[in-house]
Design a protein around this ligand. Structure first.
Ligand SMILES: Nc1nc2c(ncn2[C@@H]2O[C@H](COP(=O)(O)OP(=O)(O)OP(=O)(O)O)[C@@H](O)[C@H]2O)c(=O)[nH]1
Ligand SMILES: Nc1nc2c(ncn2[C@@H]2O[C@H](COP(=O)(O)OP(=O)(O)OP(=O)(O)O)[C@@H](O)[C@H]2O)c(=O)[nH]1
Ligand SMILES: [Mg+2]
Ligand SMILES: [Mg+2]
Ligand SMILES: [Zn+2]
Ligand SMILES: [Zn+2]
Lengths: 183, 183
């Protein structure tokens, strides 16, 4: 989950590219309109379905349920849902997931956790993306981490760049750990 | 209206700073939580009220109505409402405004109009902000403009940077023109 354009699909591209030889990954893409994001994922030859909500500002359990027959869960290690770009509404709708990941990105400014607390409260992981752009902003990473942990002390926080690849190894390790724990 | 962190409040700061000697400006700030944005506007000594929606993902007419008594509209030339950071829901709720302005920013990627068409359809102006960061992205401005005009041929589109000030004069001129037309 994240604002529009924080880098959710880019993260999936990076994750699938690095992990698809060790984990069977499947994806649901959610957007108001277009199949752009699903098309980006299709290039990796893994199962992916695009849900278009048309106007709805978040995926809900019914929409997800409607496409689950497209997947073989016995053959899936890691199932990822990319929600509609929205830092508010997705927090309120349980999709049956084990973990929620919230992404913020450097150009958005470091005040997002305190301004949009609900989505941080319900997350397991916060990803701070686009750290390659830090030099061009006044983003205070320590502040964002502190504010996030104030809202939710159990958060794991990773600083990453989907552009350069920096920091992604810790994210991949966390994913591997969750898959291992659930086996 | 824009995604979280595109630069709405920065735009207001720039606009008030440049125009407050010629126009009486008043502002409503809308956020889930915090008074951060209203505090930034207060520094300019103009009337401003912060609405906290708590959980709601958009301002609605009732919330706006609830604070209108804080203002003297006879003494106001330009009244601006900054909505909750959200590229979806605010499109669906009429606040009684004359014009809607949608802001996108360079780091978000150039596919936002086609992915979130409703909010562009209902706008009068699209602002493309943070053009100072163009060099560090693959943002195709021509594509974003073309897609926006396909959705809504009447859109005025301004490329700006609230950081450097580039492009803001055309935006100020448009505002002056709207104020003049309504007198
Ligand atoms: N500089 C930089 N740009 C990035 C990074 N990650 C993603 N981007 C860019 O950010 C833009 C948006 O990336 P997406 O992956 O489409 O973002 P998204 O969150 O999936 O967007 P929506 O699905 O529309 O909400 C693209 O232009 C990416 O190239 C990063 O780490 N650094
Ligand atoms: N590089 C660059 N950064 C900008 C520009 N305009 C705003 N910013 C930065 O973007 C971040 C967010 O700016 P805000 O004005 O708070 O954005 P906002 O849309 O009001 O955010 P919300 O109200 O939380 O949705 C801040 O760190 C600003 O300094 C710009 O033109 N260029
Ligand atoms: Mg995406
Ligand atoms: Mg703001
Ligand atoms: Zn919603
Ligand atoms: Zn909503």
């Amino acid at each position: 989950m994240s604002s529009p354009g924080s880098g959710k699909t880019s993260l999936l591209e990076r994750t699938i590219d690095s992990l698809k030889n060790e984990l069977k990954i499947a994806v649901i893409e959610g957007d108001l309109q277009t199949t752009n994001d699903a098309e980006r994922i299709e290039k990796y030859n893994i199962p992916v379905t695009q849900i278009n909500t048309d106007g709805a500002c978040h995926l809900d359990a019914n929409m997800v349920d409607g496409v689950l027959n497209n997947y073989n869960f016995k053959e899936t290690d890691l199932f990822v849902i990319e929600n509609v770009g929205n830092l508010v509404c997705p927090a309120g709708f349980d999709l049956g997931e084990d973990d929620r990941v919230v992404m913020v990105s450097i150009p958005e400014g470091d005040d997002k956790p305190i301004k949009y607390p609900v989505i941080f409260r319900k997350a397991s992981v916060v990803l701070i993306n686009k750290i390659d752009l830090l030099a061009y902003t006044n983003f205070n990473i320590a502040k964002t981490k502190k504010d996030s942990l104030n809202i939710n002390p159990n958060l794991k926080i990773f600083e990453i760049s989907c552009k350069t690849g920096e920091g992604l190894d810790s994210w991949f390790d966390w994913l591997r750990e969750q898959v291992r724990k659930k086996r």
